[in-house]
Design a protein around this ligand. Structure first.
Ligand code: PEP
Ligand code: MG
Length: 845
């Protein structure tokens, strides 16, 4: 918008006014960011120099921008190098997007703290939208808060309006990793915007779904980038190519800031020229290996017009799109091969019905916005909200929301939903795949995938395992720059992606794959045989399930029972609690599928904190993994637990019923829950209570196993959570995925301790975390004395077969040696060597 009226800016603080040239920082004194004034403050509350909207508020609270009614953008920056204080000493009084009036307090700061910890208190007020300014006070003078100090002049005709490339196709740079320790804050952002302004092309900076006009300092700052972000530059127009080249170079070099090589790499290994490496390392999300060609999966941004003439028409367009989206999802749901996939699409359908999303969209349509703009804004705002709540589960929901949002947006815009054109033998590469993308992959053409985000225990990993697709997650973002068609080797078992696979290694792998196929056929043929070691020791191999279909599949694959029924599936992704009858019916059907001779271990509801239930109000928590989850939540809402106990008890006698409590960390929790269970057993007139056990997934429970053991019937070790709590590493953290490894000796020692305590009291111990599903871990767990492995359904035959190859006494000796190793890498290496030696023996025989 062209500025037609002069506008006076008020002093945002009281203090001594200095000309910009005297600021001891060239990025400000050179006016690269914009022209303006500097004040050495004597007051401690920064106030608005003009009326407008807060267009950016830096997370660290040291800088704020206001966009005036005619588009003027004014940046206030408190102190020099104050970004390094990471928010300490600042209290924000406003929020981004808020309308403020001239003189309104914006940020309070602790001048003493700043004086002691920052380079300087000098505060800048700069006009960053490019208009000329005139000073209203001359010389070095004391100014009072609210006194007019600067005038923004009306813009000369058309300056800055030559935006090229609105029609042209945009070119995109390869992704790059931001190395600046504080992200693109004012200083580096200013240099980038300045450089971008030197080109005629329309240039954007992208971070995931968000993008910013690269010529606007405020817009770049509003991206709130942080070190390690993956960025892309796009440009459209005659000089697009050159613009991308220059800006990428600038970004990579740190935009005038010092960046250490370690800082510019998301991996902890410093000073390594990644571009020369032909092996990228992540973690195994789903086992197996494949050779194929790269196909990068990236969503293209859609062109959306903001305004529309007729709100009624827009409403109709939106309704039509929503109806079509529901139909499309129903089709996907009907065609889904398994319940896990069906559930995902059902949850997506529910999102389309969400009243808050629809209200937000309508509120924008009423004001003259197009249906596409309104819907997209509602989705983006809600997704951001989810991401910002600090919960992994809600962050995952944000991915679902974006997924659904894009589906509807395409329908509104009439953009054909072209299926990915897949080459044969495709290895998909993506920053992150959504669960629904994963569930609908064409496994005839896709051989596997590799992603930057995600974790080995994430939803996507679980789906990949169900589809039998090898997958790696937690890779360096460099993987996003591999060209489509590049031949790669995805060695998920080792968590490696080879970008220039050695022909000899390929041959070896092909031979290995043939062996594996042969092995799978043999394992399957013998799946019904018990898992007995060569020296006659029986290890029970049961299944981890979350549905009746999985129970049936587990039985057909030789499962000797169910070691973990994750009952959450009955409760999640729905707006009402399941009725007691529905719950009872579900447990009964599963129990009947097993029959009276097999164990059915039903774990009580493990939700809360990071896994909220829509119909159970819960407070949001700063550390949901350390908050009210599992048994803690159920004991806070005993009615919920009583009702579940009653429903489980309805299947008594149909299978060998076991009830298991999740996340127990204190004896009192076990005793309280047992009391509730006993009450229900009595009320139903049952002769005895079913077996009652606890999960060992918190270090306190493992360390106190000797005290728990007399009071339980069994333990089952949840290595996923036990690892996260022992190593203090979020189980879904993409950068920690390779370190949050259940093979860590600390976790193994807790397992050993638990087994010892249980056996001393004649109780059995199972392992139901993902560690149990790794063939590599079988000799170790056997050697540690574990009595039962509850594993992912498709892996039952392989785990049973592995047990049959082993000798218990050898495994015991192996476990005793391994427990003394130093880290998970050593443990894995040791076990690999043992396995290779054992495999070659099997082949020789
Ligand atoms: C575990 O923590 O290992 C476990 C089996 O429970 P979940 O993965 O369901 O949290
Ligand atoms: Mg757990």
């Amino acid at each position: 918008m062209a500025i037609t009226q002069p506008l006076q800016l008020l002093a945002p603080l009281s203090g001594v006014l200095l000309p910009l040239d005297q600021v001891p920082d060239p990025v400000f004194s050179s006016r690269v960011i914009g022209d303006g004034v500097c004040i050495d403050p004597t007051s401690q509350t920064l106030c608005a120099p003009l009326s407008g909207v807060i267009s950016n508020l830096q997370r660290s609270g040291h800088a704020v921008s206001i966009t005036g009614e005619q588009g003027q953008q004014v940046l206030m920056h408190i102190g020099l190098d104050t970004v390094n204080l990471a928010g300490k000493g600042f209290t924000c009084l406003v929020e981004e997007g808020q309308q403020v009036s001239a003189g309104q307090p914006l940020i309070e700061f602790d001048a003493d703290y700043l004086a002691r910890h920052a380079r300087s208190l000098l505060t800048l007020m700069l006009v960053v939208s490019g208009e000329a300014v005139t000073g209203l006070v001359s010389g070095s003078l004391l100014v009072e808060l609210g006194q007019p100090v600067l005038q923004i002049e009306p813009a000369c005709a058309e300056e800055g309006a030559k935006v090229e490339g609105a029609e042209a196709e945009a070119l995109f740079s390869k992704p790059l990793i931001l190395g600046n320790p504080q992200g693109l804050h004012a200083r580096p952002a200013a240099l980038l915007a300045q450089a971008a302004k030197g080109f005629a092309a329309n240039i954007c900076l992208h971070r995931r779904q968000d993008s910013a006009n690269a010529k606007s300092l405020v817009s770049i700052m509003a991206l709130q980038t942080v070190q390690g972000d993956v960025l892309q530059v796009s440009a459209a127009g005659a000089d697009a190519e050159r613009a991308i080249q220059v800006l990428v170079e600038l970004l990579v070099s740190g935009c005038g800031e010092k960046i250490s090589p370690a800082a510019s790499s998301p991996e902890p290994v410093a000073a390594r020229d990644e571009s020369q490496e032909t092996v990228l390392r992540g973690v195994c999300a789903s086992p197996g290996s494949a050779v194929g060609q790269v196909l990068q999966v990236a969503e293209r941004r859609l062109q959306i017009s903001e305004l529309a003439a007729n709100p009624q028409q827009e409403r109709e367009v939106l309704e039509r799109a929503l109806r079509e989206a529901v139909r499309g999802l129903q089709q996907l749901r009907d065609n889904a091969p398994g319940e896990a996939q069906q559930e995902i699409f059902r949850a997506h359908q529910e999102l389309l019905d969400d009243p808050s999303l629809l209200q937000q969209t309508e509120a924008l349509i009423v004001t003259g916005k197009s249906a596409a703009f309104a819907w997209n804004s509602a989705i983006e705002v809600t997704a951001e909200l989810f991401k910002g709540l600090g919960s992994t589960l809600l962050a995952e929901r944000a991915v679902d929301l974006a997924d659904v949002g894009q589906r509807v947006l395409k329908l509104i815009l009439g953009v054909q939903e072209h299926a990915l054109s897949l080459p044969d033998q495709a290895i998909l590469i993506a920053e992150q795949l959504t669960p629904s993308q994963t569930a609908s992959l064409d496994t005839a053409k896709v051989l596997g995938f590799a992603t930057v985000g995600g974790g080995a225990t994430s939803h996507v990993a679980i789906l990949a395992r169900a589809l039998g697709l090898p997958a790696i997650c937690g890779l360096s973002p460099r993987v996003l720059s591999l060209a489509n068609g590049t031949r790669v080797l995805l060695d998920a078992d080792r968590g490696e992606l080879h970008t220039d696979p050695d022909p000899q290694r390929l041959q070896q792998l092909e031979a290995l794959r043939q062996q594996q196929r042969l092995r799978q056929r043999q394992d399957l043929a013998q799946a019904a045989q018990p898992a007995v070691t060569r020296d006659g020791h029986h290890l029970e191999v049961t299944a981890n399930i979350a549905s009746l279909a999985e129970a049936e599949q587990a039985m057909s694959l030789g499962g000797e029972g169910v070691g973990l029924l994750r009952s959450e599936f009955l409760y999640q992704d729905r707006s009402h609690a399941p009725s007691p009858e529905e719950q009872a019916e579900t447990y009964r059907a599963i129990a009947q599928a097993l029959g009276p001779e097999r164990n059915l271990v039903v774990r009580t509801l493990d939700v809360g904190g990071d896994k909220p239930l829509a119909y159970v109000p819960m407070d949001s928590e700063a550390n949901p993994f350390l908050g009210l989850r599992g048994i803690r939540l159920c004991l806070e809402r005993p009615e919920l637990l009583r009702e579940q106990f009653r429903a489980i008890l309805a299947s008594a006698g149909q299978a060998r019923l076991h009830i298991m409590l999740p996340m127990v960390s204190q004896l009192a929790e076990l005793r309280q829950a047992r009391q509730l269970l006993d009450d229900e057993v009595r009320a139903l007139g049952l002769e005895e209570r079913p077996k009652l056990g606890i999960m060992i997934e918190v270090p306190s429970a493992a360390l106190m196993a000797d005290r728990f053991a007399p009071e339980v019937d069994f333990f089952s070790i949840g290595t996923n959570d036990l690892t996260q709590y022992t190593l203090a590493m979020d189980r879904d953290h993409p950068r920690l995925a390779s370190q949050a490894d259940s093979f860590h000796p600390s976790v193994l020692r807790l397992i050993a301790r638990t087994v010892q305590a249980a056996h001393a009291h004649g109780k059995w111990v199972g392992v139901c975390g993902a560690l149990a599903s790794e063939t590599l871990a079988v000799p170790l767990l056997l050697g540690l004395g574990v009595d039962e492995l509850s594993v992912s359904v498709p892996l039952i035959p392989a785990i049973k077969a592995r047990v049959r190859e082993l000798d218990l006494s050898e495994c015991q000796a192996l476990a005793a040696r391994i427990i003394d190793l130093e880290d998970a890498v050593q443990v894995r290496e040791y076990l690999h060597k043992q396995q290779v030696a054992a495999d070659s023996l099997v082949l020789e025989n």
